[in-house]
Design a protein around this ligand. Structure first.
Ligand code: GP9
Length: 416
């Protein structure tokens, strides 16, 4: 649509047809399995502590995938549920209020709806109570045919809020196999749970041998918990292979939001992170979530690490393009395999008007004219006071227009 072209232009791209990309439809009619990984930050990928990988299974998998290394969270107060909303719509969330709390009976244009029109069966899986984050309203609004929540997953092997990721994936697999038997392509979203704050794992689920100074700290606990989440993912990947689903499914994974942040993060934790990275823990590290897309016959033949800056809004168009389905409504992200430039906003966790492009994160402080500026490449803070016009070709007000359009569109959808 016209507005989508205008959005591309504002981001600094020459608009091209969605269908003109070389990978458009490269994974046509494949199943789609999208894993939303709780509290997973990008820095753990390929990180080692005392020679031990934190995410050995993901590290292996990124080598046969498209791995987007500079994707940032864009959620608002709705945290995990906002991430689900963004993934399935490519519309900006509200910010200071969870989108799901405003939903009651509306029909939101979405990936489940457009895949449903293509003959896909759609389902979403999460082991918490369905009313948490108003998901009993959110999922039907997003057009999922079915959802599987706490009632289905039970209370076996509970860690923290719910059943362990191992149980979650095993029980989800039972349904995926049923879908497979019915011969209809499916879209399944799996929203994991175990790697949730405070990240305290029972002894038998701790796989890392941590250096003494990490033991019992937020960072040590987070690394153990992520290591467990990765172990469970490794089991899921094996099950998908054993079931014969690996070769006919696009499998995508992303982090919903940061895990190490806020009041729990003590000075000693920041130091431990800096020691591991060899550079200070910055806002870039905090908001950078992994986004990984595996498309059989496509990404495995030409695996890539893609550095284009992206946000959670970009995940839906990127995946839809591979599947060969063009969204039939206004969306605000872009296919990250197609466009090299980007411009995306974040609010709530950073002041409204915070923007990322390929080079910098710009975050206004007291006014639009003073800001902190971080370099995406080396993650450092560049300067305390900057004039955005020196860093963006576009005028900042024009950039913020994208928000206004997204908000106006969402308000219209919510009022219907
Ligand atoms: C709750 C779970 C975690 O059901 O998804 O949500 P969060 O606290 O991360 O928003």
């Amino acid at each position: 649509g016209v507005q989508t072209d205008e959005i591309s232009r504002i981001k600094g791209n020459i608009p091209v047809k969605f269908t003109d990309h070389k990978y458009f439809g490269a994974a046509k009619d494949k199943n789609l399995i999208v894993i939303q990984a709780e509290s997973l930050q990008d820095f753990v990928i390929n990180l080692k502590i005392d020679g031990q990988e934190i995410t050995p299974n993901l590290n292996k998998w990124v080598k046969e995938s498209f791995y987007f290394t500079n994707v940032f969270q864009q959620i608002g107060a709705g945290n995990t549920s906002d991430a689900e909303f963004i993934m399935n719509t490519s519309i900006y969330p509200k910010g200071d209020v969870a989108v799901s709390s405003l939903i009651d009976g509306q029909e939101i244009p979405s990936l489940p709806r457009i895949l449903g029109e293509q003959g896909y069966r759609t389902a979403t899986f999460h082991a918490d109570d369905i009313t948490y984050w108003n998901r009993d309203k959110l999922y039907p609004a997003l057009g999922f045919d079915e959802y599987f929540a706490k009632n289905y997953f039970g209370d076996e092997d509970v860690v923290g809020i719910g059943p362990s990721d191992e149980v979650f994936y095993q029980k989800s697999m039972k349904q995926l196999k049923k879908f497979q038997q019915q011969g209809q392509p499916f879209y399944a979203q799996l929203v994991s749970l175990t790697n949730h704050t405070p990240f305290e794992m029972p002894e038998d689920k701790q796989y890392l041998d941590l250096p003494a100074e990490y033991e019992g700290t937020l960072i040590g606990n987070y690394l153990q918990s992520v290591r467990y989440a990765d172990e469970a993912l490794g089991q899921l990947f094996q099950s998908l292979q054993d079931a014969g689903l690996w070769d006919n499914s696009v499998i995508a994974l992303y982090g919903d939001h940061s895990g190490v942040h806020g009041r729990l993060l003590q000075d000693e934790d920041v130091k431990l992170l800096g020691d591991m990275f060899g550079s200070p823990y910055s806002l870039i590290d905090r908001f950078n979530v992994p986004f990984i897309v595996y498309a059989p016959g496509v990404s495995d033949k030409n695996p890539q690490e893609i550095e284009t800056t992206g946000g959670q809004l970009d995940m839906m168009p990127t995946i839809a393009n591979l599947l060969g389905v063009e969204p039939n409504y206004v969306y605000f992200g872009q296919n990250l395999l197609q466009y090299e430039n980007n411009l995306l906003g974040m609010r709530y966790y950073l002041g409204t008007g915070s923007l990322f492009n390929n080079d910098i994160l710009y975050t206004p402080e007291t006014s639009k004219r003073t800001a902190r500026l971080y370099n995406i490449g080396d993650k450092d803070m560049v300067s305390k006071v900057v004039n955005p016009e020196d860093y963006f070709e576009q005028n900042v007000d024009q950039l913020l227009q994208i928000y206004d359009w997204s908000d106006a569109y969402l308000n219209y959808l919510l009022e219907k």
